[in-house]
Design a protein around this ligand. Structure first.
Ligand code: KG4
Ligand code: ZN
Length: 334
């Protein structure tokens, strides 16, 4: 059998990304054109600016990917693209680019869910063993997902308000750190002390759901009170104490779910999986657990198209095909 190549496009938020994956698990090329610099001065992603950047970058990014791989569109077995969730205007650029390529060369087209992508990023490193549990922690999602087989996703817990990354970004903004704030809080936390006792939202007994808006408010209130009293609070200590609360809840619930469902692997996915404190805490927690812990390398944690190619390849080989009516779906269900 010949080698199988899938090219994938990801434009759901503020990265224009194209990647090529060979035989489901081998990463050939992974190009990410980040727009972070353009959004920084607004303290967050501006959807209209994101769309315009994607339009400017998509053709160049595709060309760069094929050039770097030494391959052409002709060599591809299918074209995969993130169809949702995400910013609708941003998604539309990727979806239409993918449809144009597929139509021009009459290649199969596969729509991919962004979160399925984050999970499958791990499969570029290690083969999956089912059942597995995925802890998805990004700017838009915080979920515990049970997979009993390829392409099957059962959400067993999710955030009831803010996503973990969103809480990081909001706290960072309060501390006047640049956008996106997650990595800055991570760095600060390493230098601080967990001297402030912020709340942990455990919710009802046995629940795998999360809630981070109370924690975010607690941090803002604590800063406000300190300011009124003229009390010195070290940003390092705020960061360390905030991060300790997030990590405590994430790692405890992931561990509990892994035990309850007796999973073989635990996968961490999404931008917050880049967090050094979280990575260390999970490694410690799962050291003697029955389940194997997989955490992707940093470049596969934040948004990229390699993960979309990895998920798209499996969907393609399971027979999934999108029609010419494939559309961007900002609220797509997993
Ligand atoms: O997966 P991602 O790139 O985009 C979404 O699909 O949302 O995740 C972005 C999120 C942002 O909220 C960012 O602050 C957070 O991931 N993040 C981090 C770290 N690196 C990125 N949060 C905590 N610690 C980090 N090191
Ligand atoms: Zn993402």
């Amino acid at each position: 059998k010949n080698d199988q190549y899938i090219v994938a496009i990801e434009t759901s938020c503020d990265e224009t990304a194209v990647a090529i994956v060979k035989n489901e698990r081998e990463l050939v090329t992974n190009i990410v054109a980040s727009q972070i610099e353009s959004h920084k001065r607004f303290g967050g992603v501006v959807p209209e600016i994101a769309s315009r950047h994607h339009i400017e970058q998509i053709t160049l990014t595709l060309e760069e990917a094929f050039t770097e791989a030494g391959l052409t569109l002709e060599d591809m077995d299918a074209i995969a693209v993130t169809e949702g969730p995400g910013l609708v205007g941003a998604l539309l650029i990727g979806v239409n680019a993918a449809k144009s390529l597929a139509f021009a060369k009459q290649k199969p087209l596969v729509g991919v869910h962004h979160i399925a992508g984050h999970i499958y990023a791990n499969r570029l490193e290690k083969e999956f063993e089912f059942p597995l549990l995925a802890l998805v922690v990004s700017g838009g999602h915080t979920e515990l997902i049970l997979m009993r087989e390829h392409g099957s996703f059962e959400v067993i817990g999710e955030t009831r308000d803010d996503a973990a990354g969103e809480a990081y970004d909001k706290v960072a903004r309060t501390l006047k750190l640049p956008y996106p704030g997650g990595p800055y809080i991570d760095q600060l936390a390493a230098k601080g002390e967990e001297s402030i006792d912020f709340p942990r939202a455990w919710l009802e007994k046995g629940s795998y759901d999360f809630s981070f808006s109370g924690l975010k408010s607690a941090v803002i209130n604590r800063l406000h009170n300190a300011k009124q009293k003229g009390e010195e609070l070290k940003p390092e200590d705020i960061a360390a104490s905030f991060q300790a609360s997030v990590i405590d809840v994430l790692s405890t619930k992931a561990y509990q779910a892994a035990q309850d469902y007796n999973v073989k692997q635990v996968i961490v996915a999404g931008g917050v999986a880049a967090n050094k404190g979280l990575r260390a805490a999970l490694q410690e927690k799962f050291k003697d657990a029955g389940a194997e812990l997989l955490i992707p390398p940093l470049h596969l944690c934040t948004d990229n198209a390699a993960m979309i190619a990895a998920a798209g390849a499996v969907a393609f080989n399971q027979g999934h095909r999108a029609g010419w009516d494939l559309n961007a779906n900002p609220g797509l269900d997993l």
